[in-house]
Design a protein around this ligand. Sequence first.
Ligand SMILES: C[S@@+](CC[C@H](N)C(=O)[O-])C[C@H]1O[C@@H](n2cnc3c(N)ncnc32)[C@H](O)[C@@H]1O
Length: 223
Amino acid sequence: MRAVPIKPLKPWFQTIDDTGLALNWCEFFGNTQPVELDIGCGRGLFLFNAAVTTPGTNFLGLEIDYREGRRTATRLMKRDLKNARVIGGDCRTVLSKLIAPESVAAVHVYFPDPWWKKRHHKRRLFNDEFLLMLTRILQPGGLLHHWTDVADYFEMVLALMERHPQFARCAPPPEREADNDMDYHTSFERKKRKLGLPVYRGLWQRTAQVPDAQASAQQTSVD
Ligand SMILES: C[S@@+](CC[C@H](N)C(=O)[O-])C[C@H]1O[C@@H](n2cnc3c(N)ncnc32)[C@H](O)[C@@H]1O
């Protein structure tokens, strides 16, 4: 059987190996617009809509599942969107190694994998190390958006954020009725709301000051 050739999707989809070790946003997007990240972008409903409705901002999706990342990138390419890209690979590598300090205006983490079993909770994306990665890359005043349908995950995130005073909690946008079948923020929001499940929304702002102990931990984590 002949192997099916992989569709070239550059620059919409690239792997960590393709991008090299230090991302320069101006070269990467070809402009100086602010950059927002969609971590675990999945099928890219948020990334695509955000890029279309906010052309003055660049959006980068990070997706460990190449098939999903390529599917999202195909939609971006068909529309020839210049302000949206996907990098395939583990977001933690991109966050800790490829992104310059204080160079990101907002981070979106929608419906991260819940890892239901207690013994798997340590695999959850949100933990102290992840928050220190976000602290390093977010500009002071930058925003962290997080939504989930998993009550215990949200409780865990709220407790975690309390331990990180470099993030101040803000009021998230209220839920609104969808106008049509695709009028949802992300594919998972659509799926969960159609099942009648609640969606927990969190919004935090990165404060200007990073407490000393955390600043040195941050420095160590990227050395
Ligand atoms: C439950 S889905 C949510 C997708 C999308 N955010 C949404 O709301 O529809 C979680 C996504 O995160 C991705 N993911 C999980 N761990 C990741 C990691 N370490 N780096 C990048 N993506 C990751 C998964 O492959 C999956 O596409």
